[in-house]
Ligand binder design. Sequence first.
Ligand SMILES: Cc1ncc(C[n+]2csc(CCOP(=O)(O)OP(=O)(O)O)c2C)c(N)n1
Length: 280
Amino acid sequence: MIQENEVKELQKKAFEIRKMTIDAIGHLGVGHIGGAMSIVEVLTLLYYRVLKNIDPKNPQKEGRDKVVLSKGHAGPALYSILAEKGYFPKEWLYTLNGSDTRLPSHCDMNRTPGIDMTTGSLGTGASAAIGLVLGNRLNGYNDAYTYLIIGDGESQEGQIWEAAMFAAHNRLGNLIAFTDYNKLQIDGYTQDIMSIDDLNSKWNGFGWHVQRVDGHDLRALDAAVKNAQDTKERPSMIIMDTVKSKGFCFGEGIVGNHNMSFDKAKAEEAIKILNKCQGE
Ligand SMILES: Cc1ncc(C[n+]2csc(CCOP(=O)(O)OP(=O)(O)O)c2C)c(N)n1
């Protein structure tokens, strides 16, 4: 079980990642802040506790655990983590989505060290993650896991459910997926656009091991990942209840927080408020 001091360390990291992400998007002036902020805890847990065999100095290391951020528009949060881990210089964050940047708005494995799969066209990451699991199986890396993150709006894509069926049929126990259930997508509430409820029953029905947790609770997330790893013959889905734009006060609770425009001054103000909430 995760120790209290380890939780505190991870919370500190998550806090830093949030600030770096707000700062990078504020520097550019516009970006996918909402869906980036809602996955900060899961990314922090993965990169600072869960992933095995990764090496920032050798991003292509054979047999490593891999992450597929299928909701590839949330790349800025992942870039902050990768920079913090040392995959590339932190200054790169200020080139976010610029011309000739190595950090495009959506994840691109050919441009960014540490990105394991190119994503952005919603739904495709699930199939790609399955390919990575099968590749590991063929290469004898039986202990390597692939972690997949999808959005709730993304879950309306038919390709997700074809992948769900395939993964269960092929007993892909080394596939551990997360749904970032922040209840919002680009045009409004997921419930209004096309409801995905009852999500637990859907994944259960497709033969997956399903858990539901508060996606900002690092203890709960850690326990859920452990349970998922202990489930050997079935792929796992961890449904995370999250808040879109969590920690970016100008976006939280706003339906249009998907891709927001804000400048450096607003970013600084948001970071100040976040610091205050954190008691700094
Ligand atoms: C196939 C496809 N259709 C449409 C889009 C445009 N698009 C980008 S993000 C998004 C909403 C995704 O919602 P969700 O998965 O809930 O992401 P989150 O709210 O967590 O950012 C849409 C429709 C896309 N990237 N790919």
